[in-house]
Design a protein around this ligand. Structure first.
Ligand code: AQP
Length: 355
């Protein structure tokens, strides 16, 4: 068997310039239904979705096929999928503006992912740091799905010819891989400009929210300590308690951003305040510089409660009416299929599949 063509890096250094994508702009992003949706998911991703829906065509997916790359209890997975859809709605996504749907309801994701498994190179996937982090020491026992997670992610985006992808900083490397896969597909199959090279939308406050217990680790659903994260379903008391107990150093807050260097926990709490308030770190420090955490933390807790409590109440109301969420997911899936099916049909023709 041969695996040629094997251009190591697509659309770079060739004789001709790559042909730019000429289709419309479209935003795609997703969240895994793996439980414990937290403040990092909200600030790094969902809050951006809400703003983007007013300016672009958007698809917001609940990526349940990604979730099963690690074990999920089948009795809970559908409820967790509804919970992410409820979070999207409670955060302010209007399903008539942003299509809300479950990944597994659109078979074209899996079909395109297989083709991308054949376009991507082992060496590219071997460099993915998230696989190394999630597989841990015993990578022989990790699922094959976890290894090829980034090719499925590329398919999620490109099956809609997504041009812009709002994500947290941890997804930057996967987005670069999606661009490489799109470029290599266009080149290998002589289909110039067929797929766009999707742009990550990462910048801004909240792109990397860190654990409340360790400023060097990102806030994460899978952290065994519940005190490390603020869950979107936490009540006011839990939010205040977690912020009060958050790890800090003994120094007061500095007057300028430079003074946050080598103070990861202080930097994180200032960044969270800035993201929630819609301010810059410098503006937050102009207000709180010189004050101790004893004064700053209650203000941060009040701000977090003001933002998250109405959303949590709305999520609970929606979760009490799963039929309404199911209606949103079903009509979203139909809309998503309408976009994806012609794209996968073109891909099959380009690749040379029969029929
Ligand atoms: N700490 C974070 N700060 C900013 N953004 C974050 N995101 C995740 N954690 C942070 C962004 O949230 C979106 C959805 O994430 P995901 O559900 O796909 O899962 P993940 O990145 O694997 O998130 P977790 O919470 O850290 O889960 P585990 O513990 O399973 O690894 C993405 O846009 C992500 O960037």
């Amino acid at each position: 068997m041969t695996d040629a063509p094997t251009t190591p890096k697509p659309e770079k250094g060739g004789d001709s310039e790559p042909v730019p994508y000429a289709g419309p702009e479209r935003v795609f992003s997703g969240v895994q239904p793996t439980g414990n949706l937290h403040l990092g998911n909200y600030l790094g991703a969902i809050k951006k979705f809400v703003a983007l829906q007013h300016r672009h065509d958007c698809l917001f997916c609940v990526v349940d096929m990604h979730a099963v790359t690690v074990w999920q209890d089948p009795k809970r997975l559908a409820a967790q999928t509804r919970e992410i859809a409820a979070a999207y709605l409670a955060a302010g996504i209007d399903p008539s503006k942003g299509v809300i749907f479950a990944q597994s309801a659109v078979p074209a994701h899996a079909e395109l992912a297989w083709i991308f498994n054949c376009v991507a190179r082992m060496g590219w996937l071997n460099r993915m740091t998230q696989f190394k982090d999630k597989a841990g020491k015993d990578k022989e026992r990790a699922s094959v799905g976890l290894f090829v997670y980034p090719t499925l992610m590329a398919a999620d985006i490109l099956v809609y010819k997504g041009t812009h992808v709002p994500v947290g900083d941890d997804q930057k490397q996967h987005l670069e891989l999606a661009r490489d896969i799109a470029g290599k597909f266009n080149l290998d199959f002589a289909a110039p400009g067929f797929f766009p090279l999707p742009e990550p939308l990462i910048k801004g406050p909240g792109a990397r929210v860190m654990s409340l217990k360790d400023g060097s680790k990102k806030m994460s659903k899978s952290d065994p300590s519940d005190l490390s994260r603020i869950n979107l379903t936490d009540d006011a008391d839990a939010i205040a308690k977690k912020i009060k107990k958050a790890k800090t150093d003994a120094e007061p807050l500095p007057d300028s951003v430079d003074g946050l260097a080598n103070r990861p926990e202080a930097q994180n709490l200032v960044g969270v305040y800035a993201a929630l308030a819609g301010k810059t770190d410098a503006e937050v420090l102009a207000e709180f510089g010189g004050q101790g955490f004893g004064a700053f933390k209650p203000k941060l807790a009040d701000l977090a409660v003001d933002t998250l409590a109405p959303m949590a109440a709305d999520m609970r109301r929606l979760m009490d009416d799963p039929a309404e969420i199911d209606r949103v997911l079903a009509s979203g899936a139909a809309a998503a299929r309408d976009i994806a099916e012609p794209v996968i049909a073109d891909v099959k023709r380009i690749v040379g599949f029969w029929g």
